[in-house]
Design a protein around this ligand. Sequence first.
Ligand SMILES: CC(=O)SCCNC(=O)CCNC(=O)[C@H](O)C(C)(C)COP(=O)(O)OP(=O)(O)OC[C@H]1O[C@@H](n2cnc3c(N)ncnc32)[C@H](O)[C@@H]1OP(=O)(O)O
Ligand SMILES: O=C([O-])CC(=O)C(=O)O
Length: 372
Amino acid sequence: MTATRGLEGVVATTSSISSIIDDTLTYVGYDIDDLTENASFEEVIYLLWHLRLPTKDELQELKTQLAENMSLPDEVINELKAIPIKKVHPMAALRSAVSLLGLFDDEADVMEDDANYRKAIRLQAKMPSIVTAFSRIRQGKEPIAPRTDLSFAANFMYMLTGKEPEPIEEEAFNKALVLHADHELNASTFTARVCVATLSDVYSGVTAAIGALKGPLHGGANEQVMKMLTEIGSPEKAESIIREKLANKEKIMGFGHRVYRKGDPRAKHLREMSKKLTELSGESEWYDMSIKIEDIVTSEKQLPPNVDFYSASVYHSLGIDHDLFTPIFAVSRVSGWLAHILEQYSNNRLIRPRADYVGPGMQQYVPVNERR
Ligand SMILES: CC(=O)SCCNC(=O)CCNC(=O)[C@H](O)C(C)(C)COP(=O)(O)OP(=O)(O)OC[C@H]1O[C@@H](n2cnc3c(N)ncnc32)[C@H](O)[C@@H]1OP(=O)(O)O
Ligand SMILES: O=C([O-])CC(=O)C(=O)O
């Protein structure tokens, strides 16, 4: 038995949800470029869960179901008010709140398909409410109730700020949600599948996935990108700082990918949005700095930007707090996690690989008093 470090190149399951072939990303056979330009996030949710695009009536039904399930139990709001909210990372709060939500769902441990689908709707609907409630409570404000007449993207921004977004902001946010929705067997999705393959429940699967997304090598990279851009401070300083980081063998956040070699097809959409939105907000230095960094990292290390690099300046331009970037990723990616959880249940087998043991050989137990 020989281990493959990080399971690189290992094919661990079949899936009909999304694919990455020759650096092209598709959801159920639809190119990500096509979906980003044309689809609403609600259509993408339906696509991932049903493996086909919805009719007009089916889409309306999904929108209604999401709208009806957005509000949070008082206990979850009260818990967010009880935690040391100024010290807690919102991803940790989201992880705990999703786990807590499961305690107030009478169907949490009901394993029938219909019940699991209903839980998927509830989780998809309530994740934006948790993230926005966290943000409001942290500012000493009351959470804002969701509106049934707004799109998923607009509702998130409305619950965050109390204002309806401008059409260009809603469009950008919808695109970002579409771009982050699913990505084959990434670390958090794999985590969700491993968890529910024990026939554990949907809440456990999503809670585990949030924990995996939180790390800076995965979803947590978008917040780290903004931290780096803020530290660099201006496009003029980018070159020397990035060259120094590379010389010190530091990783540049938002670059590199386990699967893509030529580049992440999502990055160009976010680059374009970053250009547009930073111009609009009068802070084009974030875009200029990002372009400069991309030039250096691609020429020095042949590492193209991934989805997290330009999403940082996009979310910043939308006025979003930097530590909410990864929770927003989760608000979108939960659609993919849920699709994979439902797919795993539909054809389940326990996921249990082996380890190549490299520790000491057989040893004799020595009582503690005799040990030296
Ligand atoms: C949504 C997402 O999860 S997208 C990924 C988000 N994560 C990041 O942006 C963090 C920065 N990037 C990385 O850490 C990596 O590229 C990962 C985690 C995405 C992929 O990791 P792996 O496939 O395991 O590649 P690994 O970390 O082994 O890197 C291979 C080589 O490229 C280098 N490298 C990879 N990424 C970077 C980077 N961002 N900056 C500098 N060097 C890098 C490594 O140092 C290593 O060099 P070496 O062979 O000389 O030691
Ligand atoms: O696929 C991966 O390894 C990481 C990634 O880009 C994602 O989850 O969107």
